[in-house]
Design a protein around this ligand. Structure first.
Ligand code: ATP
Length: 234
């Protein structure tokens, strides 16, 4: 579904990502883990077209999207939930969800999709008229995910969904990520919570200082000595 080849991304003189190649197949959860500053968010921002790479290519559903703009990329079926959620705080929960569907033309299907979102995130249904600013961090994360799902993505990019959340919300978020996969949306997840990210992943990649360091099935990476030592405190 998504093929990244030899991707290098710079911010001025900083080489944030160097020669990274990775693949996401339809129906998978793929987790990208790595320390602070390893280049994880940069890879997601490059896939979404928010920044353009210095070298390399990105193919989505057999089309080259390396230089495609963000709006066209959303229309092609990629939604991005950035780190820190970025919900529209002065809009209500319902208005935030509506924003997610902004680029869709099939208005007749919206109501059914809202109902699916409410089933997945019952807390949002109770808060539809409330400003997003009044939600807790975990609820804002759910709203950001619900908003991204209203775009009906084929591929969902999640940047640190567990960041700053209480353990009970973290468990909930990971359950929801698995449910999103079960309902047919492919997920590329980046996380510092390596253990949970690899537990839900079909496959994973480990990034260190902008370079790919290891890859394998979620289970193999969880069992790997290098991952245990560096990321799981083993
Ligand atoms: P974190 O988990 O801390 O967000 P990350 O793995 O997502 O880390 P990136 O945010 O992709 O890492 O950052 C990769 C490198 O690029 C870091 O050295 C970071 O300081 C640098 N960087 C990121 N954004 C910018 C920017 N807008 N301008 C300059 N340097 C940047």
């Amino acid at each position: 579904m998504l093929t990244i080849e030899d991707l290098s991304v710079n911010y001025g003189m900083i080489q944030a990502v160097q020669n990274v190649s990775l693949q996401v197949n339809q129906g998978e959860i793929v987790s990208l883990i790595g320390a602070n500053g390893a280049g994880k968010s940069t890879i997601l921002r490059t896939i979404s077209g928010l920044i353009h790479p210095k070298e390399g290519s990105i193919q989505f559903l057999n089309q080259d999207i390396t230089k495609t703009n963000p709006q066209a990329i959303v229309k092609m079926g990629i939604s991005h939930v950035p780190e820190g959620r970025h919900v529209f705080k002065d809009l209500t929960v319902k208005e935030n969800l509506e924003m997610g569907a902004f680029l869709r033309k099939d208005k007749e299907n919206f109501e059914a999709d809202y109902q699916t979102i409410y089933q997945r995130f019952p807390i949002l249904k109770d808060r539809l008229k409330q400003d997003a600013s009044t939600l807790s961090g975990g609820e804002q994360q759910m709203l950001a995910m619900g908003r991204a799902l209203m775009a009906k993505p084929k591929l969902l990019l999640l940047d640190e969904p567990s960041m700053g959340l209480a353990p009970i919300f973290i468990k909930e978020i990971f359950k929801i990520i698995e449910a999103i996969k079960e309902q047919g949306t492919t997920v590329l997840l980046i996380e510092q919570n390596a253990k949970m990210a690899l537990q839900v992943a079909d496959r994973g990649y480990v990034l260190e200082s902008g370079k790919l360091f290891l890859s394998g099935s979620g289970q193999d990476l969880l069992a790997s000595d290098q991952v245990q030592k560096a990321y799981l405190g083993g």
